[in-house]
Design a protein around this ligand. Structure first.
Ligand code: 2AM
Length: 192
């Protein structure tokens, strides 16, 4: 099964962002029927670690690694991280272009949690992508269906965006089902 570990913003932050995305050029393109592959708001998440394929029999090891990481995180810090969505950018070029929104506030605490998770996964010899943690929430995968000028305009608009504050209260283990419309299934959660 294909697994990743994430934090999900609450519905107020998701709706606030959704209203802004609808007014971006990528939102207008989607409304006009261009397949810019807008992220489903119900699936908006911030990935802390991407494991990829893991045998179902090892799920219990994954859960134990995540349980330990969250315990260490809770023991080692004062308050639940306070965050907001704001700013943004894009990764990739042409067909691989991805538009994303950034994280404001206590992002360093999430970086610390990401490091704890990855070190527990490493210890358990579980797989994970060890690209450095770069907090982002993917909002669309327009590929080559938008001009560079439109994408630049959206990144500039996102720069001025600042969503409502929220607390990262739980860590989620998510299974992704690939397909034309990827589906995310929440397998387990731990309080932060
Ligand atoms: P993305 O939104 O930038 O694609 C499920 O695929 C989640 O894991 C997404 O949030 C995705 O980030 C993230 N992810 C991180 N590393 C990945 C990788 N190597 N392959 C696929 N998804 C990855």
């Amino acid at each position: 099964m294909r697994l990743f570990v994430a934090v999900g913003p609450p519905v107020e932050a998701v709706n606030h962002l959704g209203a802004r995305v609808a007014r971006l050029r990528v939102g207008s393109a989607a409304a006009a029927g261009v397949d810019v592959r807008l992220a489903d708001p119900a699936h908006l998440h911030l990935t802390l670690a991407f494991l990829g394929e893991v045998e179902a029999a090892r799920l219990v090891e994954v859960e134990s690694a995540l349980g330990l990481a969250t315990e260490w995180f809770r023991d080692g810090r004062g308050a639940v991280p306070r965050l907001s969505l704001g700013g943004g950018g894009r990764f990739g070029r042409d067909r691989s272009t991805v538009l994303w929104v950034d994280l404001r506030g206590d992002a360093e605490a999430l970086g610390h949690l990401a490091r704890l998770i990855r070190s527990r996964l490493r210890e358990a010899r579980l797989p994970y992508d060890d690209k450095p943690f770069r907090p982002h929430l993917t909002i669309a995968r327009p590929g080559g269906r938008m001009t560079q000028a439109d994408l630049d305009a959206d990144v500039t608009t996102l720069d001025a965006y600042r969503g409502p504050d929220w607390s990262a209260t739980e860590l989620l283990l998510v299974r992704s089902h690939l397909g034309p419309r990827p589906r995310y299934e929440r397998l387990a959660a731990w309080p932060l």
